[in-house]
Write a protein that binds this ligand. Structure first.
Ligand SMILES: C[S@@+](CC[C@H](N)C(=O)[O-])C[C@H]1O[C@@H](n2cnc3c(N)ncnc32)[C@H](O)[C@@H]1O
Length: 196
């Protein structure tokens, strides 16, 4: 944890906080369809998505390994008149309580071991919103992870959420955060076996 934390903190300290970084496109576009209540933002960074949800009435917990990122998220929340709960933790070790959240976000953090935790942590009819880079991003020299294990393979995100009701899915090159990126995005709802 300590080494990863230092590395992530350093990355944030090397660049100024950019208050203009907006919430993700799909979060804004599909906001009205998300179940209101408790939301969890995994690897929240400086909180662009967590704060957006808080501004729209969600009770939000933001988890990240970087205390620098989380303290920027808190500060930014104060200036926007909203509060989020921040948790400094390594997602490798995080326990997500069962049936706890109405909405779980994972943006640009791929650790496949988290998928079963996300599924378990959602309430019935709770939703997951997931977006990250695909292997096509490697050829674009436009940022993102270089290691294959941190990139989604074709259709992989769909397969990871098998058993959920897929409400939205896209995979390809899309403009996000002012740049064209190779990404996959998914919104899916937890269903309880036998109720489909
Ligand atoms: C690419 S950023 C994405 C931030 C945010 N989700 C967004 O889309 O703006 C990845 C985030 O993962 C965090 N992170 C990296 N390893 C982590 C770990 N093991 N546990 C928790 N957070 C981690 C980093 O500190 C960073 O904030």
């Amino acid at each position: 944890m300590k080494e990863d934390q230092k590395r992530c903190d350093l990355k944030y300290r090397e660049r100024e906080f950019d208050p203009s970084q907006g919430a993700s496109t799909i979060l804004k576009k599909f906001l009205r369809f998300f179940p209101r209540g408790k939301a969890l933002d995994l690897a929240s960074g400086e909180g662009r998505n967590a704060l957006f949800l808080a501004e729209h009435g969600f009770d939000v917990e933001a988890v990240d390994i970087s205390k620098t990122a989380l303290s920027r998220a808190e500060k930014s929340g104060l200036s926007r008149g909203v509060r989020i709960k921040t948790v400094a933790a390594d997602l490798d070790a995080l326990v997500i309580p069962k049936d706890e959240y109405d909405l779980i976000l994972d943006f640009y953090f791929l650790d496949r071991r988290l998928i079963s935790k996300i599924k378990r942590g959602l309430k019935k009819d709770g939703m997951v919103v997931f977006e990250t880079y695909t292997t096509d991003q490697r050829d674009r020299a436009a940022g993102g992870p270089s290691k294959t294990k941190y990139l989604l393979k074709p259709n992989e995100l769909l397969r990871l959420f098998r058993g959920f009701h897929i409400l939205f899915y896209r995979e390809g090159i899309f403009r996000e955060g002012g740049k064209r990126r190779a990404i996959a995005s998914l919104i899916a709802k937890k269903q309880v076996k036998g109720e489909r």
